[in-house]
Write a protein that binds this ligand. Structure first.
Ligand SMILES: Cc1cc2nc3c(=O)[nH]c(=O)nc-3n(C[C@H](O)[C@H](O)[C@H](O)COP(=O)(O)O)c2cc1C
Length: 174
């Protein structure tokens, strides 16, 4: 039997102080058996998405609930038809200590944007273990992607990334 074609995954992140970039690197290290490439949205041409079967978008929240600016620009410029053919997963960085009422809102905003484009989005997560008052990333009682808090819970990041990668691998096989 011919070997199954290896899935190619592009991780595209918007990161102002490097936290979302570090999570992208952790994801790349954890996602064994897949070909993974990382892109900083600040320097990536939107047509790079053509080469991937799956795209993981990583985004931090700035201002009060705003999407990190580089990723907004990237998604605004992307070919919607091309993107809607991909499997997509999302992760978001935020700070539940200082921003209890807009915790990882950017993750929710990206989700709604992509949802409108009819993209298939996998990798939703429980909100157990986080403490916040309000988050746009919470839809029907669950987070629409992986939530990482390097400000308040940096010690949980590796485990959260590892568990999410296992979840994504399972969902990709469904
Ligand atoms: C000025 C400022 C505004 C922020 N606003 C929010 C916010 O509204 N919600 C949130 O969850 N985190 C907020 N954060 C926290 C960042 O999202 C968090 O530190 C994140 O890890 C940064 O990731 P990056 O280095 O990849 O950009 C804010 C941080 C700063 C400094």
């Amino acid at each position: 039997m011919p070997e199954a074609k290896q899935q190619k995954i592009g991780i595209i992140f918007g990161s102002s102080t490097g936290n979302s970039e570090n999570v992208a690197i952790l994801l790349q290290q954890s996602f064994t058996g897949f070909e993974i490439e990382l892109w900083d949205a600040a320097h990536a041409n939107p047509n790079i998405i053509e080469q991937y079967d799956m795209i993981i978008f990583g985004v931090s929240t700035w201002g009060i609930g705003d999407i990190q600016e580089d990723l907004t620009e990237f998604i605004d410029a992307v070919d919607v038809d091309e993107l809607s053919r991909k499997t997509i997963a999302l992760y978001g960085l935020g700070d539940q200590g200082t921003y209890r009422e807009s915790f990882v809102d950017a993750l929710g905003k990206i989700y709604h944007l992509l949802n409108k484009m009819n993209c298939r989005i996998i990798g939703k997560c429980s909100d157990e273990g986080y403490q916040f008052d309000q988050s746009e990333a919470l839809v029907n009682g669950e987070f629409v992607g992986l939530v990482i808090d390097e400000d308040v819970q940096p010690g949980l990041t590796k485990e959260r990334v590892k568990n999410w990668v296992e979840q994504l691998k399972n969902e990709l096989n469904e």
